[in-house]
Design a protein around this ligand. Sequence first.
Ligand SMILES: [Zn+2]
Length: 152
Amino acid sequence: MSNDIDRTIERMVIFREEGIENCPRCGQRLVQDMGPYQIATFDGQRPADEFAMNGDFGYLCGGCETAVIDLSGLAEMLSAAYQKPGWDVGQGCAVIGLLNMDAIPPDQKDRPLEDMDPYPLVRFYADSTETKKLTRKSKPRKRRPRKPKRRR
Ligand SMILES: [Zn+2]
């Protein structure tokens, strides 16, 4: 299903809380990708923890270099993970990238992820904000009146 999705390119990561269907940049239909994703958490500006996680919160675009993260889905998964002992709880998070499992040499397939060398991370870059607050709900945004399209 996701065969036409290139998991080896660096993507711009965009956070969304709802309405994830089409790519915000090119409009193509997004394809859900279970990852694993490399996640970092932050306590204020302080990096708290970094780990790889599978989940249904990520979507990739086949038409351009975009990844869309369902922020509420990710927050839900993280808060569930934080119940476990030994996790450093942060209040913010960043999705650093996608792990390209296809890039792992066959002789390393059985190794734990953190022992992989080279680590199969395909980085994401953020458009503006790198970390997102998980605890605070974002304020409802005021709608800007739409500018009339300029005719050529
Ligand atoms: Zn796109």
